[in-house]
Design a binder for this molecule. Structure first.
Ligand code: TNX
Length: 489
């Protein structure tokens, strides 16, 4: 059993002996990619030699762009396809695009078995089984939505999350940056918003990302082929903004800071003359500093607004996002507004009466990112007794996060309207990196496999065994995980 998550399209083990690695010499098309690949190998305990004259026992890992890489069937023309060959004294990765070369290196990293005591008698630090992998993902949008508002998680923690999502070959890290409790991103045209940054659930010291932090974070993520998608949540979940700008409220009075966990009470007013300039400033500044193609404008849980006014917000926010050359993404409620082709809607909650509206939105050209709460919300408790997390969508054990089919979530939605899959983690109850990671692991691997692997190739028992086999690597990376009894650790 090879400990690969997500499981690849085609895996062929050969009878050849495992390759013994004293060190690896990289032959990569560009130095930035080589640096990230070296980081992967070093994390697996494999020294990377940069000498032209490598040490005895060094194995060459060649990474080469080649359009012929990848599987033969589905995915054979996908941009992320790759092939990894280990054997005959060498390692070869080929891929259509650089991202595929990094996928190949991540697959290699999961295959590396460190020597028990650090180094074997022949100097080998690790072994790799002889294998050929041809691989390509099912969906291009494979993500994690991460709430850094309810409890503040800063640049160091977010970088650790980028490393984690990258390990499972996810491509999107969606950051929920604004909510009732706090405002977590510098908006240069609205510097007063910083006043809403030092608050979180339960009070206490919090913070926000400066533009420089945000730019550096995007660079870090981009080097790992992860795209940051920023979210400014509106027209609900806006108490941090109305706490700073009383002009946004109906009576002109600033609201109190909020450190509870109720939702749905705060709102903007479409007819208030302060509203559109605020949207334009925030969305404009976010769009200008964002490298990725998307800006998320929220739209969830606005419990005190009629559909007509809500639809006006959706139309305006989408228009402003598009004026800045980006594609808008909303929570599923965005389907209540006018939807233009290409708009993304993120499904999160089963509301049967809304399914027809979702299908109509898909007919109008919207595409869906699937984050069903009962499978993909990794802030749900594993069991009712679990000390962390919420339970509004039920409990989500590892098997629940694995056994679901993205095209079967919304009755009547054409399979072609599914853009991909995103896990989500909300942080009302999560205060430390270890608490956060113990909710993400092992379930993020399950959602990653739903997003990557063909449905017919999935198998929970095999997944659970591969999960157990990855645990030593998580321990050595310092990644906390929940030892669910559904895995024989
Ligand atoms: C629902 S998901 C929310 C969030 C909460 C989350 C907790 C969504 C669009 N809204 O505001 O944090 O549940 O699980």
């Amino acid at each position: 059993m090879l400990p690969l998550i997500p499981w690849p399209t085609e895996v062929t083990e050969s009878d050849d002996d495992a390759l013994r690695l004293a060190a690896v010499r990289l032959d990569a098309p560009d130095p930035a990619l080589a640096a990230v690949v070296a980081e992967q190998l070093a994390a697996a305990g494999v020294p990377v030699s940069e000498d032209a004259d490598p040490p005895a026992g060094a194995v060459t890992f060649t990474l080469r762009l080649d359009p012929a890489a990848g599987p033969a069937g589905p995915g054979s023309d996908g941009p992320e396809r790759y092939t990894l060959r280990v054997g005959d004294g060498e390692i070869l990765a080929t891929a259509a695009e650089p991202v595929g070369l990094l996928h190949a290196a991540r697959t290699l990293r999961q295959l590396v078995v460190p020597a028990a005591d650090g180094t074997a008698a022949d100097g080998a630090a690790a072994t790799v089984p002889a294998v050929v992998v041809h691989d390509a993902p099912r969906y291009s949008w494979r993500g994690l939505s991460f709430d850094v508002v309810r409890h503040w998680f800063g640049p160091e923690d977010i970088r650790a999350v980028v490393d984690l999502v990258g390990a499972f070959k996810l491509r999107v890290l969606h950051l929920h940056l604004t909510d009732d409790q706090g405002w977590r991103i510098e908006i240069p045209s609205r510097p007063e918003l910083e006043k809403a940054s030092d608050n979180q659930v339960g009070g206490g010291t919090a913070g926000y990302l400066t533009v420089d932090d945000y730019v550096a974070l995007q660079e870090y993520a981009a080097a790992r082929y992860v795209t940051i998608v920023p979210e400014f949540d509106m027209p609900g979940h806006v108490n941090a903004a109305t706490h700073v700008y009383g002009a946004l409220t109906s009576d002109g009075l600033a609201t109190d800071a909020y450190d509870g966990i109720e939702v749905g009470f705060s709102r903007l007013w479409f007819d208030n003359p302060a509203t559109e300039p605020f949207l334009r400033d925030v969305i404009g500044d976010l769009a200008r500093t964002t490298d990725g193609a998307w800006v998320h404008v929220g739209g969830d849980e606005v419990l005190t607004m009629d559909h007509g006014e809500f639809a006006q917000f959706v139309e305006l926010a989408a228009r402003i996002v598009r004026e800045h050359g980006k594609t808008p993404i909303f929570w599923q409620e965005g389907a209540r507004g006018p939807v233009e082709p290409g708009t993304l809607l993120q499904y999160w909650e089963p509301k049967g009466e809304e399914f027809e509206r979702f299908v109509a939105a898909a007919d109008a050209g919207a595409r869906f990112v699937m984050s069903p709460g009962n499978h993909a919300y990794l802030d749900m408790k594993y069991t009712s007794e679990h000390p962390l997390g919420l339970e509004w969508a039920g409990t989500v054990e590892l098997r629940d996060s694995y056994e679901w089919e993205p095209t079967a979530v919304i009755d009547g939605l054409p399979a072609s309207a599914v853009e991909g899959v995103s896990a989500a983690v909300w942080t009302e109850t999560l205060t430390t990196r270890d608490e956060l990671f113990s909710m993400l692991l092992p379930r993020l691997g399950a959602v990653a496999e739903v997003a990557w692997t063909a449905a017919a190739a999935k198998d929970f028992d095999a997944f659970a065994a591969r999960t157990a086999a990855q645990a030593p690597a998580w321990r050595s990376a310092g990644w906390a995980f929940h030892p669910t009894p559904q895995v024989a650790w």
